[in-house]
Design a protein around this ligand. Structure first.
Ligand SMILES: *Cc1c(COP(=O)(O)O)cnc(C)c1O
Length: 374
């Protein structure tokens, strides 16, 4: 081996990107296990407890499908299996916009309710739109990773349920594992997440939960394709099998991470994320008090427990800040897309601790004070 880039020697717990996220050493280690065949009795015996534990962490009686794709793959699965002709997309940032763009790329007619980046969606506005026009499904993002806004998924889903035959499709990529999410109780027809966000696994897998209504719709969906056909997932899941060759190494990591999540408990996990997020918002206030004019982009009450987008003082460049943090051997996320220079994002999701977060915030505080003074 002759690597051209030096191996990473950064200690565990300093990596605060909003995806991929820091992965616990025990979980990383699981990936070094040798390969196994992915068909047959041994593979089924391996997958069965994973499938059961997935239902526990997702709080669902429905099967949890495992896809070897990044989360964007299951966003495509959502629209392909739910769509007949027309979809409505709730857009309030880059990932919710992506959901609409995917649906258009799959040849659906797509309308958007778009609010400015940094705002959340209002269930009353959704009700008014659904009263005017019929849609096969509504797409929405739980935790909008570009802005740190948390949408009221339970409230929005309840509104969709006032209208027959319209399905609720939820991207909970940075929501799942960080914020409460109850697919069955909230009547979500499809929820998807990825492995490398609040799940705190390496990238390579995504997970989806489909309601019975969603499966009935999928059975007739003309445009569901092959790789992301939910019936293909359901028939294989019933046999505790993967659809196609799975990312086995990430499955090994998943087996270990599910045990770790269940040991902590989902309520405790949500509470830890709430604590980390609240500490980040309080720090923003402290920095303002010391003359560094920061603010949290998302409005109070609609802030994601997984990620905070912090608006920087005028004249301070986001890429200068993230670079200066890297020089100190820590990592923080840059702003997304059009917010690249005006914001940074703290990904306080996954397995981070308050102690680790304090370390990051003190480094960030130093860097920002220097940037503002210079
Ligand atoms: C990261 C992210 C995605 C895309 O996930 P990939 O795994 O990169 O495909 C989609 N939606 C949200 C909200 C995300 O944070």
């Amino acid at each position: 081996m002759n690597p051209t880039v030096a191996p990473i020697t950064r200690p565990y717990g300093r990596f605060f990107l909003p995806g991929p996220v820091e992965v616990h050493p025990d979980v990383l280690e699981a990936q070094t296990r040798p390969m196994m065949g992915h068909r047959g009795a041994d593979a089924q015996a391996f997958m069965r407890p994973i499938h059961e534990n997935l239902q526990r962490v997702f709080r669902t009686e429905r099967p949890v499908f495992v896809s070897t794709s990044s989360a964007t793959g299951l966003m495509e699965a959502a629209v392909r299996n739910a769509g007949r002709t027309r979809l409505l997309s709730l857009v309030n940032g880059a990932f919710s916009k992506r959901f609409a763009d995917i649906a258009r790329a799959c040849h659906f007619e797509v309308d958007e309710i778009a609010v400015p980046w940094g705002e959340a969606h209002d269930p009353d506005v959704l009700r008014a739109r659904l009263g005017e026009s019929a849609y096969d499904a509504v797409t929405m993002v739980h935790s909008e990773t570009s802005t740190g806004v948390l949408n009221d998924i339970a409230g929005l889903a309840a509104v969709v349920h006032e209208f027959d035959d319209t399905l609720v499709l939820v991207d909970s990529v940075t929501g799942f594992g960080a914020a409460e999410l109850l697919p069955d109780d909230w009547g979500l027809d499809f929820v998807l997440t990825g492995s490398q966000k609040a799940f705190a696994l390496p990238p390579g897998l995504s997970f989806g939960v489909a309601s019975e209504r969603m499966m009935e719709r999928a059975a007739e969906a003309p445009n569901r394709g092959y790789y992301f056909d939910l019936e293909f997932f359901a028939t294989n899941h019933a046999k505790d099998q993967a659809t196609t060759t799975p990312a086995l190494s990430v499955l090994y990591a998943l087996e270990v991470q599910l045990e770790r999540m269940l040991d902590e408990g989902m309520e405790a996990r949500w509470a830890r994320h709430a604590t980390l997020a609240a500490r980040t918002w309080a720090w923003v206030g402290e920095m303002r008090g010391s003359g560094v004019d920061l603010s949290v982009m998302a409005p109070e009450g609609r802030r994601s427990p997984a990620v905070t987008a912090v608006i920087l003082p005028d004249g301070v460049s986001g890429s200068d800040v993230t670079k200066a943090v890297i020089e100190r051997d820590w990592l923080v996320g840059g702003g997304y897309g059009k917010l690249k220079e005006t914001t940074i994002r703290v990904g306080h999701m996954g397995d981070h601790t308050l102690e680790g977060l304090e370390g990051l915030l003190s480094v960030l505080g130093e860097v920002l004070s220097e940037e503002v003074l210079s």
